[in-house]
Design a protein around this ligand. Sequence first.
Ligand code: HEC
Length: 225
Amino acid sequence: MIQSLLLPTHKVAVIIFLLHYVIKTFLLLINKPEALKKYTAGTKVLEMIISVLFLFTGVWLMVEKGSPSTLQIIKFTLVALSIPIAIIGFKKSNKAMAVTALLFIIGAYGLAEMNKANKKKAALKATVEATRDVVTDPAAAGYNAVKHGEYVYNNISGVPCKSCHGADGKAMIGGAKDLSITTLDKEGIKSAIKNGQNGGKMPPYGSLQPAEYDALAEFVLSLKK
Ligand code: HEC
């Protein structure tokens, strides 16, 4: 429950934080010290709440993922640097510093978005080729979710599941988990497939059909004996 709220909360906090700093920097740049003072005073509590939320959810997300990626470390460093620069910049009404801090935050945001777009592209490549002798329509007669799942498992384009997990799910190539002893339930398995795990070591397959996620999960569960 809390975990599923983490990422959306982080995103909303980042966007409000960004807008807030754009407004402040803008007021500083157009030489409106009175307006800036008023705005700053009026948003003091909001700024505190948003900053705490933003940093707290960000750090939590990073810790949860285990090993942070290089990109996350760069992102984190940019944000961490931007904070003292922004504080000093606004205190001294130093435009260059305020703009630098804003650029750092925008840079971190841009990096995150870029990374997301790349991941999406990679996941989109994975599609399941047409099948000849496996029924893939859950509504059709003779449909067997485990069989359908097995087909997808072995034939999905890009990197098929079996190349890391093996045909029986027990191969642990490249740190892959033994699927025959997974403790995840059906929803957990579907989420692992859809979103990936451990910073992409288990790659996300984000663009499959709902029936394909269901079938894959049924197949993975059938590996448990
Ligand atoms: C490039 C290698 C690779 C491919 C391809 C791959 N996986 Fe994984 N998978 C992993 C790794 C590594 C983990 C463990 C991630 C971790 O440490 O949390 C994992 C974890 C999982 C888990 C979670 C198990 C658990 O108990 O936490 C499931 C379920 C899973 N994979 C299913 C699949 C399915 C289904 C496919 C194909 C659609 C697939 N994997 C393709 C490497 C891969």
